[in-house]
Design a binder for this molecule. Structure first.
Ligand code: GDD
Ligand code: MN
Length: 345
């Protein structure tokens, strides 16, 4: 069903000559390795740069990121880059909330991105072209993982995951957002706000837009790269935790803020909530039951079932899927005690 939906044309008006004003918000903490490269990448987009502003919000980095950005601004005085320096580190959420106060009231689109990301040259134009349709409230892009030297990893699970997100988007909206690019129409952002429960992040910011009845879409006409760095396991569990929190909290948040509008997105929301909140535990329970049936009853059916499951693990997509279930379980457990506002790398 997802593949059929994925192949359908976009039921939206897409206009590549549409060039709204854009403000890009780039939060940084200790990004001296990446930040200059990231700014170079942003200002060389194939887009009228006089319509683009960039706000870097740095939370008291200790590795000189702030001075690097200042230096970059002096050597590139013609582009509209501003640096907001936070006196202490209070986390990404607080930083971007402060940066939003600096956005020009007439600005049309706000985009959040990360320092360890890379956009293709056409990305900004492709993203903007979808906002030509007034129903679109938010846009994210397909994500590819790259090694630190920029080589993109061939990743079957990631490809499938992007396919699902795009299929959901063509159907109505997607509740899962990629941090390297989240674009939101300013007046929609003003209306729905950024969910501020602990652990809320990109996905919650996007979900609330979809729950408010706007189209929140992952587009297929460009891709953004994210570099793999730091403690991968810790990061996967944190992200799984964010997903769990999103599906637990964002609908309630939208209702509390009186922005929730019933729509066909509710179908997507129900399926993804099930897959995120319940499915991982069903997998765990069934493995425990099968193991119990083997040790207590010497059940042949249980042996065969577990054997088939173990064989499936030899295929990478299955392995990745099972691992994702494990991360979701760890994320849910970890979220009971720790909802990251500040994280290490
Ligand atoms: N200003 C500021 N203050 N920026 C921060 C802080 C902070 O305290 N902490 C992290 N950042 C910045 C980083 O410098 C980077 O540009 C971006 O936020 C994402 O942080 P990463 O350290 O790269 O984390 P990630 O790759 O796991 O991020 C993903 O998950 C996050 C939620 O857990 C992305 O999807 C993020 O967009 C998402 O918020
Ligand atoms: Mn990152």
């Amino acid at each position: 069903m997802m593949r059929v939906q994925y192949k359908k044309p976009w039921p939206l008006t897409i206009d590549k000559s549409y060039t709204p004003t854009i403000t890009i918000i780039l939060p940084t903490y200790n990004e001296s390795q990446w930040v200059k490269k990231r700014l170079d990448n942003l200002v060389t987009q194939d887009y009228p740069m006089d319509r683009v502003k960039i706000i870097v919000v740095d939370s008291a980095s200790t590795d000189g990121t702030g001075s690097l950005v200042e230096g970059w601004i002096t050597t590139n005085p013609k582009v509209g880059v501003k640096l907001l320096r936070e006196p202490v580190r209070e986390g990404k959420f607080i930083a971007i909330a402060h940066a939003l106060h600096l956005v020009d009231p007439t600005n049309e689109i706000v985009i959040f991105t990360d320092a360890d990301a890379y956009w293709r040259q056409e990305t900004l134009r492709e993203v903007a072209s979808f906002f030509a349709d007034a129903r679109v409230g938010g846009v994210t892009a397909s994500i590819l993982y790259a090694d630190e030297d920029g080589v993109v990893r061939d990743d079957a699970y990631r490809a499938y995951y992007n396919l699902v997100r795009i299929a959901e988007s063509k159907f109505r909206s997607t509740p899962v957002i990629n941090g390297p690019l989240l674009a939101i129409r300013t007046n929609v952002l003003q209306k729905v706000g950024l969910p501020d429960f602990p652990g809320s992040d990109d996905s919650a910011f996007g979900s609330v837009i979809a729950l408010a009845g706007y189209r929140m879409i992952q587009i297929d006409r460009t891709a953004v790269m994210e570099y793999i760095r730091g403690d991968v396991l810790q990061r996967r569990i944190r992200r799984a935790n964010c997903l769990v929190l999103n599906f637990r909290n964002t609908k309630r948040y939208a209702k509390r803020m009186s922005v929730y509008v019933p729509s066909s997105f509710d179908v997507v929301w129900r399926i993804e909530s099930w897959l995120t909140l319940i499915n991982p535990w069903l997998l765990l329970v069934s493995v425990i039951c099968l193991a119990a049936a083997i040790s207590l009853e010497h059940s042949l059916i249980a042996v065969v079932s577990l054997g088939v499951g173990a064989l499936a693990l030899s295929m990478k997509p299955c392995r990745t899927w099972v691992l994702q279930q494990v991360y979701l379980i760890c994320g849910a457990i970890r979220g009971l005690s720790n909802q990251d506002v500040i994280w290490n790398r």
